[in-house]
Design a protein. Structure first.
Lengths: 318, 272
């Protein structure tokens, strides 16, 4: 091949790339200049974005859960990826502003959309997705429904990008991850908030990422087993942490951060139990259980009736 | 040349991204088609004087939405309920259940729980002893948040398979001793939809649900249900009927894998 022809080809190629770039910029301007998600360094190398206490919407791009990352000497671990690929990309941009180290691990604390819809932003390279041993099944049965439901709420643009990315490495019991100079301890729990709850303890900073096993200010949401959740709280409170990053709500002292949630779940369980003993129908639980907690929580009316319904269908078998 | 081909492909891809075609078409009302499929296009009368359907306006938990069907026939009406079919229009399997009522059981109310996948009309169609169909409907908004019409606790669902509980509720103090009574049957079963695809094998998980349930007082049928995957996990039927003085209450359920679950209780015993 003569040199001039080769150079022509190279020019064509360069032109092609430029045209493509221009087309992509025109098509999706938001992605070309990715903003970084605002994060706070709560301890050296430990960063958290505290989500809005709200439902997922198009306007908030699903950014309602707390997401974070931990930087070790040779790797970064991401803990939850947010409620849209857009949020996941912004989280990645926040990481890249602080370190060039590879994102070796993406850990999902459970399978709810506000925690996993950003996974696709981290696909590729050497990233290993990690979750509870039950997480693949939870994503499998719920994933298609979540995509459908949230398409209606958040719109095509945000949801078209979302991929259900199941974990490759599964946790049954305890798994330790070495990030270089710091170790994360992952703990898979029996059914509580959901049936795929996983916590992440950073031994260096003594910060516990609790996922939705801990709610603060945001009413707890029960999508697993209420008795199991109350039982495991005693065990969970023994995690050797000083502070907790809840799934929703501010970073707080450990284990005192559990007190409000425990009171809510105990009240709900007791009220529901009284209704089942009395022979009341399930609807009565939705209408009356845990009413005394109403003023203490945000989003109470969005989730309490649902928690009561789920708790009733569990406790009526006792 | 390969670069050029790549360019073409990528430009097309970019154009497709740019186009962002909207999919917001008005959904088609499935009800006329359902009338054809389920009721063989029979004429359906207004049922507002025959029965009532009660559901919450919003499905709080997509997996457990209570529904109550109540007869509005007056005691001196010479027609009686023969069957009620419950249809959740927008669900993957819209026909949730067909309840057939024992000829002498005088069932006046049935409550159960269903899955609701989407914003939907829910129809209840009664067949009376006059051979006519009567319809009422309600509308349910889908739940928000992370609730899904799926199992919450896979291990517990597995452990509970086949457990049955019967409960007879206390009679109201002022009710006549031979008047209507309320009872409930619960069957532990995951009632899997079979609509989930395994992400690894890309095969559908087989459906596994209770498709038949029969309830008797002694040998007289009270109620039977032909059920589908829209019935919630751990099927739960609460009903009001008039006891015939029978000593036993008997339940038999069959699932799609051919398991038979059966149990018998003394009528006055409460709980299992």
């Amino acid at each position: 091949m003569p040199a001039s022809e080769r150079s022509d080809k190279r020019m064509t190629c360069r032109f092609a790339i430029l045209t493509l770039f221009a087309a992509l910029v025109a098509a999706i301007p938001a992605r070309a200049q990715q903003q970084a998600l605002p994060v706070t360094e709560i301890a050296p190398g430990v960063f958290v974005h505290v989500g809005a206490i709200a439902q997922m919407t198009q306007e908030n791009e699903g950014a309602i859960a707390n997401v974070g990352f931990v930087i070790g000497n040779h790797a970064v671990a991401v803990i939850d990826t947010g409620g849209s690929v857009r949020e996941g990309q912004k989280l990645l941009a926040a990481i890249r502003k602080r370190t060039d180290k590879p994102v070796r691990y993406v850990i999902n604390t459970h399978g709810h959309p506000d925690h996993v819809f950003g996974n696709a932003a981290f696909l590729g390279n050497e990233t290993i997705f990690i979750g509870h041993k039950n997480l693949p099944q939870a994503l499998n049965t719920r994933g298609p429904f979540y995509l459908d439901a949230f398409r209606k709420i958040m719109g095509d643009t945000l949801i078209d990008e979302v991929r259900i990315v199941p974990p490759i490495r599964l946790v049954d019991g305890i798994l330790k991850l070495d990030l270089g100079g710091r170790t994360l301890v992952l703990h898979a729990w029996p059914a509580a908030h959901s049936d795929s709850d996983l916590t992440v303890l950073d031994e260096t900073s003594k910060i516990l990422f609790a996922g939705d096993l801990v709610f603060i200010d945001h009413i707890p949401v029960m999508d697993g087993n209420i008795r199991g959740w109350l039982r495991m709280m005693d065990e969970l409170s023994k995690e050797p942490a000083e502070r907790v990053v809840p799934g929703h709500g501010p970073v707080s002292q450990w284990p005192t951060a559990l007190a409000d949630e425990r009171r809510y779940l105990e009240t709900l369980a007791a009220d529901v139990k009284a209704l089942t003993v009395k022979g009341a129908p399930i609807k009565a639980a939705a209408d009356t259980a845990a009413a005394s907690e109403r003023s203490r929580w945000q989003l109470f009316d969005d989730y309490n009736a649902r928690n009561a319904t789920a708790a009733f269908s569990e406790i009526e078998w006792e | 040349m390969s670069h050029l081909r790549l360019l073409c492909l990528l430009t097309l891809f970019a154009a497709a991204l740019g186009a962002q075609t909207s999919r917001a078409a008005e959904p088609v009302d499935p009800w006329p088609g359902l009338v054809q499929d389920i009721f063989n296009n029979r004429a359906i009368n207004d049922g507002s004087n025959v029965l009532a359907i009660e559901m919450p306006y919003r499905a709080e938990d997509a997996a457990i939405v209570p529904v109550t069907l109540r007869s509005k026939l007056s005691p001196d009406d010479n027609r009686h309920l023969k069957a009620i079919t419950l249809v959740i229009d927008q669900n993957p399997a819209p026909m949730a259940a067909k309840f057939e009522i024992g000829p002498d059981a005088r069932v006046s109310e049935i409550s159960t729980r269903v899955r609701v996948n989407s914003y939907t009309n829910v129809h209840a169609v009664a067949e009376l002893s006059d051979g006519q169909l009567y319809m009422v409907k309600t509308y349910v908004k889908a739940s928000g948040g992370c609730s899904a019409p799926a199992t919450k606790n896979v291990e517990e669902a597995r452990n509970r398979l086949g457990q049955m509980k019967y409960r007879q509720f206390a009679r109201a103090d002022d009710g006549p001793t031979n008047g209507p009574r309320e009872a409930q049957i619960m069957i532990g079963h995951p009632n899997n939809s079979g609509l989930q695809m395994d992400q690894v094998t890309h095969l559908y998980v087989p459906a596994f649900f209770i498709d038949e349930l029969h309830l008797w007082q002694d040998d007289s049928p009270i109620l039977s249900m032909e059920g589908g995957i829209s019935i919630s996990e751990d099927p739960n039927i609460r009903f009001t009927y008039v006891p015939n003085g029978a000593k036993t209450f008997r339940a038999e359920a069959k699932d799609t894998s051919g398991h038979i679950f059966q149990k018998e209780w003394k009528v006055d015993a409460s709980g299992s």
